[in-house]
Write a protein that binds this ligand. Structure first.
Ligand code: UDP
Length: 179
């Protein structure tokens, strides 16, 4: 499929990590990062968080791909970093494969509503085709992260989006693109 190189690159990285661990006793563990967002993302990286916030700030309609009923769960960057550091430092996690992310699942349409509500703009939408191989659902099982790392996400979507939109607003104001 269109995204095969991406999927296979991740699979290869995990396979070689485990091979080095077995062969050379490298002290490694694997983290699977689920959708993460926050300040210092690139506004034009094409992902849904910068796209929707940028569109709301410019007074443009939100580009919803497909019917918007696909789900994602968004983890704020500071939570992810804390999880990564714990995984690095925690004894007894060598060779473990651990999901990190947020398990608060939302449809993309609902996510758009939250963004517009928070930013105080009316929600208008433009329908765009669903990209190939777009998963209908993505939500991490965080049981292992909680048990092994005593970790869970702390920053809720609204708080995280506020910090992120403030960052993007600043970026756009500098270039005079805010409405
Ligand atoms: N998406 C959307 N509009 C956009 C960008 C993304 O509706 O302008 C959808 C996309 O189809 C996917 C979800 O939002 O279902 C998350 O997309 P993103 O690229 O941020 O992450 P990923 O697909 O890698 O989970």
């Amino acid at each position: 499929g269109d995204r095969a190189c991406y999927d296979e690159a991740k699979r290869f990285a995990e396979a070689i990590t485990m091979s080095y661990l077995r062969q050379h006793d490298v002290n490694a563990r694997i983290i699977r990062i689920f959708n993460t967002y926050g300040p210092r993302m690139r506004l034009n990286d094409g992902r849904v968080v910068p796209n929707f916030i940028g569109q709301a700030l410019r007074g443009e309609p939100l580009s919803i791909y497909g019917n918007g009923e696909q789900t994602r769960s968004f983890c704020f960057v500071s939570d992810l970093v804390e999880g990564i550091i714990r995984a690095m430092n925690k004894p007894g996690t060598k060779g473990e494969v651990i999901n990190l992310g947020n398990s608060e699942e939302t449809t993309i349409r609902r996510f758009g509503e939250v963004v517009c509500q928070l930013m105080g703009v009316p929600m208008t939408v433009v329908d765009r085709p669903l990209p190939p191989d777009d998963p209908t659902r993505r939500c991490p099982d965080l049981t292992k992260a909680r048990n092994l790392l005593d970790w869970g996400p702390k920053v809720g979507l609204e708080t995280g989006l506020q910090a992120t939109s403030a960052y993007f607003r600043n970026q756009l104001e500098v270039s005079g693109q805010c409405v």
